[in-house]
Write a protein that binds this ligand. Sequence first.
Ligand code: ADP
Length: 443
Amino acid sequence: MDSKLLIGIVVGLLIVIAGLLVTIRFLYTRHKVGKSGQQLLAADLQDEKVRSGIILNSIEDGVVLIDEKGIIQLFNPGASNITGWPATEASGIEWRSVIKLVNEKGEPYDEASHPIKRVMESEAPIRDNTAILVSRNDKQQPISLSLTPLLDKNKHVYAAVAVFRDVTQERQEEKQRSEFISTASHEMRTPVAAIEGYLSLSMNEKVSTIDARARGYLEKAHSSTEHLGQLFQDLLNSAKAEDGRLTSHPVVVEIGAFLEQLSNDLRFVAEKKGLAMEFMVGSSQNIDATNNARNSIKPLYYVKADPDRLREVVTNIFDNAVKYTDSGKVTLGLTGDPNVVQFYVRDTGQGIPAEDIPHLFQKFYRVDNSATRTIGGTGLGLFICRKIIELYQGRIWVESTPGKGSSFFINLPRLSSAAATQAQAQEATTIKPLTTVTTPVVQ
Ligand code: ADP
């Protein structure tokens, strides 16, 4: 046979075979997708389940799913390690028998403040970094706890997921750090106070003779020394706030009268900078950050807190408002509903950029811009305020529009008039040991 003819036949055959193969593959693929779409999905889901299973079983964090009746439906090995309860025993029983929490003083949480109880009635996640978990063999471990409610379409909580982590190691390191800061700042306050004292003496015309130029230098040195003293004081307070050593002697306080009295001093601070000051009772933008305005306003706003600590907080946020406002007005306001007392400080100042707001109540955080760079500060004030407000189960937050101003809000649980009267009667009959006398703010 002619070789050219042979090559032609072979090439022709190859083209036919290739065509057949493409057709078969096309038909096969169409058949497979059509028939097994469901199966592929099931396989994917199975895959997803396997993946989630691997993660749940391997992470160190405890993960627990609690249904609306309070029964544990899922308990991962991390949760077993931390609580000492095997998953087989914990699953199917009430969370109260398994997850035992106490507060920093070692006291069990009461019903109203228990984070798991609260999340079952909450639309928003709850975080608690102060709880201590008591394991099955009575070992106490500080934990970081995060609780997320699962909501149906009517916003009804049908289950909650608790994720917790043993933070014993972190707490020990924090304690060592804050002990060091505490000791160092305490020791350094003494020489700083001495320097400040001598600088004051040298500027006192009755005891020293100095020329005008020296006076200028000394005034600058004096103001820097005051700043340094304040920094040490803030450091000391923040270290105490961190390890729970902030002294607090809560009594019943009627916030209306308390703020009114304080407003006289605050007015002076504002007017010294040429700002107007206003004290308002009974209206606010909102009661909580979720904008659930509540209407009923009662004339007496009782809370249980240490008045010295509250004064520290209000003074701090008011001083900030004055510090970061060049012109306009600073308003101190009070409002509330049957459960909450809310006070706020609103200014017409430079405002705070949205990206800084989540960090504002952290230690040493300062907004970095040309305005704040020229204004002195330690970045510790709001951290200390948050720690104090959290001592009384309250909340502090800020809303701000850059260029227009900021509003700092504080919510505290409200005592009914009856509860306040009863508590006041108890306070009056309790013979206070010397150690419970309210201590001054600066210690
Ligand atoms: P500081 O000693 O720096 O004032 P704070 O903790 O009291 O420390 O405040 C943290 C930062 O928050 C401040 O440095 C400032 O940038 C910002 N800030 C606080 N209050 C206001 C306010 N009323 N207006 C604008 N910025 C504010």
